[in-house]
Design a protein around this ligand. Structure first.
Ligand code: KQY
Length: 366
């Protein structure tokens, strides 16, 4: 049903729409691996269920799940949710899932980037990742659409954002990291992004959030609200290692224009106060050679920018932190036509990401 294509989206007139454009639905993967999620994934499953059931109020959602967890997931989520058995290595749908593109006639296609668990044998987060690397092609089967497969280009969905009008946001820290496409120059990487996402301009923010195990994914740092407007993770605390990162990004983005020549409006979203792994949390995670350990006192890469925008809603992570209120207020102002849905997301953060990292949109298509 789904054919592998040998052309590129740009050549075929397909582009990646902005996340804020209308969706046909969302995909997620059910969490369970005990060397990433504490207590065998039980607390994470509760928070994932909250995210799933929140999204289900607004748009169709498919949750893919291993055969071992199939009945459990089905029992926990809202009956409206489509639950499909699918092998996986972990639950980061944004990163291993397909990036969908559409054309002017409303046709849908999938991009199936090569996935190597955020750095492969150089600094990847677990081994193996072979089942994750098959997820995008299986999504193309489920969506009954053709797919572009890149055997020679490693990319995770969380390392890019698009305004849908020709501009891509990414970070040098991630895309130029040693564990991804180190055989390619920055220019070659940029060309591939333009060709596959159908863009004219790539904005290279230097770094992402401090201590982000993804090598600084842009989806924790900057996100398009709409063409011409971005939110940026921010701190006013000069002693915080995040300070230099956010201030450099602000300086860079302030002096750039997008693909259409617009200056960007930059809205600051102050990060929560540092969130550290507790002893109890660390003890709940299995130690496995080859998987990034969860040590007591490690700082987590917490950011409100890792929110997910869908049809009529914005699902935003909160942390029981004094900055929660400000983030919710800012997002309500930025998205007056959508319902802001705050979700207490510490359990997702403990696994290394947040709401944006565990979701993937399918744009509206015919
Ligand atoms: O996109 C993400 N933030 C994924 C992080 C992967 C964490 C694996 N432990």
């Amino acid at each position: 049903m789904s054919k592998r294509l040998e052309t590129t989206p740009k050549k075929d007139g397909f582009r990646m729409p902005g996340e804020f454009e209308e969706h046909a639905g969302t995909y997620m993967i059910w969490p369970e691996r005990p060397d990433n999620w504490r207590l065998g994934g039980k607390p994470a499953q509760k928070t994932f269920t909250e995210v799933i059931n929140t999204i289900a109020k607004y748009e169709p959602i498919t949750v893919v799940v291993s055969r071992e967890q199939y009945s459990n997931a089905l029992a926990m989520v809202d009956p409206k949710v489509r639950v499909v058995e699918m092998s996986n290595n972990d639950s980061w749908m944004r990163d291993c899932g397909a990036t969908f593109v559409t054309d002017k006639k409303g046709n849908l296609r999938a991009i199936d980037w090569k996935f190597n668990a955020w750095g492969g044998l150089v600094d990847g987060l677990y081994f193996p990742w072979d089942q994750d690397d098959l997820v995008a092609s299986k999504m193309a089967e489920l969506e009954e659409c053709d797919r572009y497969r890149l055997d020679d280009f490693i990319l995770e969905g969380g390392s890019i954002h698009t305004d849908g009008e020709g501009t891509i946001l990414t970070t040098e820290e991630c895309l130029l990291s040693a564990g991804r496409n180190s055989d390619k120059t920055k220019e070659e990487i940029e060309e591939t992004l333009k060709e596959y996402l159908n863009a004219e301009k790539v904005l290279w923010v230097k770094e992402g959030i401090y201590n982000d195990e993804t090598n600084g994914h842009v989806d924790n740092m900057v996100q398009f609200v709409k063409p011409g407007v971005v939110v940026l993770a921010w701190t006013d605390d000069e002693k915080d290692p995040q300070y230099k990162r956010s201030h450099e990004a602000y300086e860079y983005l302030s002096n750039e224009t997008d693909a259409k020549g617009r200056k960007l409006e930059i809205v600051k979203l102050h990060t929560p106060n540092p969130i550290l792994i507790t002893e109890k949390e660390s003890e709940g995670v299995d130690s496995v050679e080859g998987t990034l350990p969860r040590e007591v006192g490690d700082r987590l890469a917490a950011s409100y920018v890792n929110y997910y925008v869908g049809n009529g809603f914005v699902a935003v992570p909160i942390f029981n932190d004094p900055y929660d209120k400000e983030a919710i207020k800012t997002l309500k102002e930025l998205y007056p036509d959508r319902k802001v849905e705050p979700i207490y997301a510490r359990e997702i953060l403990l696994g290394g990401g947040n709401i944006h990292c565990i979701t993937q949109q399918v744009p509206k298509h015919k």
